[in-house]
Design a protein around this ligand. Sequence first.
Ligand SMILES: [Zn+2]
Length: 298
Amino acid sequence: MIKTNGPLRRGNAQYLLLATLLFLLLSPGVAYSLRTVDITITPCTFGQGEVSLVTLKQAAGEPQLIWLRKRIPMVYNKKYELWAGFIGADLTTDPGRYKLQVNYTNTAEPDFIPITVRPKDHGIRRIKLRKEMVELDRDTLQRVLREISTVKQVFMTPSEGPLWSGSWTRPLPGTIVSPFGCKNIINDMERSPHSGVDLKAAVGTPVKATNRGLVALVAEHFFSGKSIVIDHGGGIFSMYFHLSHISVRVGELVEKGDPIGLSGCSGRVTGPHLHFGIRLNGRRINPLTLIEISKTLE
Ligand SMILES: [Zn+2]
């Protein structure tokens, strides 16, 4: 059960209900005052493939949050004196009401905060590709399966503590040429939805690390071409595909904004662009939403 204290306890019940409703309607996020911490969730209702920022104040030590059966690592923000972390829903997370569990070290009983995941229509994109890029021969199929397994392995072995801090930044300024999450209809066949966002970029545009992290993968894959995956710790990974040049090595620590390569049109593409993706605890989330909601941590 959520227990409130402080300002929410004052006044009569009707006023409290009205004030709470008004607050919920007017505010993009929700603030709770729990037993030992003040917690804000911005927003507390979000769509499939979206993400929310959770901040906690007055916590003694790192707070322990559980969301969809996974622990959410929190990062301390010195400037605002709060703990920050992200919760997200995959493109295929069932819409509904979930509970964010907040554990305390000084009590056995956790608090639960209701969070709503809405259904979200990310649209459709239709692409025409050369037959050999879609209907794979045996050898190419074997190659693609090996590459999928390599990337999966990277996601399954994240570095322990969070390496990221503050806000997240765009790897390059380009406009969106293909949005996140849209259904892919390739040569009239439905394929996996778009797991990242495609940003317009002429071949050779510098690509920057979206936040601090360790380079976890450098590869040249059939679909994603020259690719980089950065491990930001705490279960967050960023991906940069279709590059023309890679200037980092596996194991290298990069800071937010560091150049990591140049955009291009390698792999399966219809034109030059950067495919930019984020995995949050194994979930595909819109990287631009993460950038947007993290601005308050700047
Ligand atoms: Zn893409």
